[in-house]
Design a protein around this ligand. Structure first.
Ligand code: C2E
Ligand code: CA
Ligand code: CA
Length: 470
């Protein structure tokens, strides 16, 4: 019937119709093309041409549905480019983009044709691979890490790249794309914390678990309700037998749980990004305390513990400067204690922040020295003035010849590098005597005093055998 109908149209009208329908088709093609282009833009990253996060999540959901039917396993990886912000600042965004492109090509080359590689966010790629099994590290991870063993050449610059990789597995760690991606992200944080480049999600370490979440809510509330207090543990100069500083140690007096030890909430606060609030509180409380004690004619330095995450805020030196200014306290009266792993989590960024603090005149100490990586070669490049030997080497000092050797060589090494050396965990007279003998400068531990509330610490400074007599 259609054919008949067309035949009935006069020739000139048929021509007209042909032209019209051609224009119409072109128009439609144009629209379709534009829509396709818009769709492409909406689903792809302009720099790398890879699928973007939205596209990745869609494909991931589809893969999960398929896997649910077939019983297959899936592995999702997040690959984070370390210090990408810093690279952008140093080399400019064009080079930053070129580097990302370079890494995207590398990732695409390493994975198989059917594996999905996407740009998840500015410094993060996402990979979706068939699951290798919970305890099997896909060789791809090693291949990726091997590729960045050497600096990557971009526009004449050789850029040192650190990659952090977190993995989550379907179905073990979740059954939705969002959950699994979030868990891969948690795994990255776990990797950094352990100074490894790769980690598989571990539910036992997850700070987002419900019971942890409630702790975090309570932590906020606790700060509002002033449930936190600083205790102070004296540090003694072993030459003059006098108090020279106080280490501020946080305590949480929880209304129903009682005294919560820092070891059970600090790591959580670190992982959930809540540490900044807590640290801000600790710094202000400590600086205010210095001012208060000075007003009572008690001159003492206070050492404050910082976490890895605290060093990721570039504003930290500025924030401390404001507090020092507000309470009219000298920078030299504050000592910042940091573990090696805190510094190693992001060495570039940490060194910047530490250098700024050091320039301001704050004292910097390496905490828990001896456990962890203990790369003295590395520590000597940091602007540190003090080494605190971990208490595990000191607790049994009097009875362990091995510990004596370790402590002796650490004291010597520290002194040779021009560092003050403190031993923590001094629990008896005999250990104290050995430390004096070894020439260790400062001691701290239960034998001298447990951490004390401020009022008790004042009494200690005035009345103990370690009091400063003038
Ligand atoms: P740390 O910095 O190594 O602090 C020393 C820990 O050793 C303290 O435990 C202290 O009470 C304990 N200690 C001191 N002398 C002795 C001793 O002779 N024998 C034994 N067995 N232990 C001794 P505490 O107060 O439970 O703090 C534990 C950790 O929590 C600290 O380890 C520190 O890493 C962290 N922490 C405490 N306060 C803060 C804070 O305000 N901010 C941050 N980020 N971390 C904190
Ligand atoms: Ca400490
Ligand atoms: Ca310590």
């Amino acid at each position: 019937a259609d054919g008949n109908y067309v035949e009935k149209i006069p020739v000139n009208q048929a021509d007209e119709f042909g032209r019209l329908s051609e224009t119409f088709n072109q128009m439609m093609d144009g629209i379709a093309e534009r829509e396709l282009r818009i769709e492409h833009q909406a689903l792809h990253d302009a720099t790398t041409g890879l699928p973007n996060r939205l596209a990745f999540e869609r494909r991931f959901e589809a893969a999960i549905s398929a896997a649910e039917m077939s019983g297959a396993r899936l592995s999702v990886y997040l690959v984070q480019v370390g210090r990408f912000g810093e690279i952008n600042n140093t080399f400019g965004h064009d080079i930053g983009d070129a580097l990302i492109k370079e890494i995207s090509v590398m990732l695409r080359r390493i994975v198989k044709q059917n594996d999905i590689v996407a740009r998840h966010s500015s410094n993060m790629f996402a990979l979706l691979l068939p699951g290798a099994g919970l305890n099997v590290v896909d060789p791809i991870v090693q291949r990726i890490l091997d590729q960045v063993g050497d600096p990557i050449g971009v526009a004449g610059h050789a850029i040192d790249v650190t990659l952090w990789i977190g993995e989550a597995c379907f179905p073990e760690h979740g059954t939705s794309a969002k959950t699994l991606l979030q868990r891969a992200d948690t795994a990255i944080f776990e990797a950094k914390r352990n100074i490894r480049h790769f980690a598989v999600y571990d539910p036992a370490q997850d700070p987002h678990k419900p019971e942890h979440l409630s702790t975090m809510g309570e932590l906020h509330a606790g700060l509002e309700r002033c449930e936190f207090k600083l205790f102070y543990q004296p540090k003694i100069d072993l030459n003059s037998d006098t108090v020279v500083a106080a280490e501020a140690l946080i305590r949480w007096f929880h209304p129903s749980r009682g005294l919560v030890p820092p070891d059970s909430f600090i790591p959580l606060a670190e992982q959930t990004g809540n540490i900044h609030k807590l640290t801000a509180w600790v710094l202000e409380a400590a600086i205010a305390q210095i001012a208060a004690w000075r007003a009572m004619n008690l001159k003492i330095k206070i050492a404050v513990n910082l976490s890895a995450r605290d060093l990721s805020t570039r504003r930290l030196p500025e924030d401390i400067a404001l507090l020092l200014n507000r309470y009219r306290v000298n920078a030299a009266d504050i000592i910042i204690e940091l573990t090696e792993s805190a510094v190693m989590a992001d060495p570039g960024q940490s060194i910047d922040v530490l250098t700024a603090l050091n320039k301001m005149g704050l004292g910097l100490a390496v905490d828990d020295y001896g456990i962890g990586y203990s790369s003295m070669a590395y520590i000597r490049r940091l602007p540190m003035q003090e080494l605190k030997i971990d208490k595990s080497f000191v607790l049994k000092l009097a009875s362990s010849a091995g510990d004596q050797i370790i402590v002796r060589s650490t004291v010597d090494l520290g002194h040779n590098l021009g560092l003050k050396v403190t031993a923590e965990g001094v629990e008896d007279q005999a250990s104290l005597a050995i430390l004096k003998d070894l020439g260790c400068g400062t001691g701290q531990g239960y034998f001298i005093s447990k951490p004390l509330p401020a009022a008790d610490f004042e009494r200690f400074m005035r009345e103990s055998r370690w009091a400063v007599r003038s």
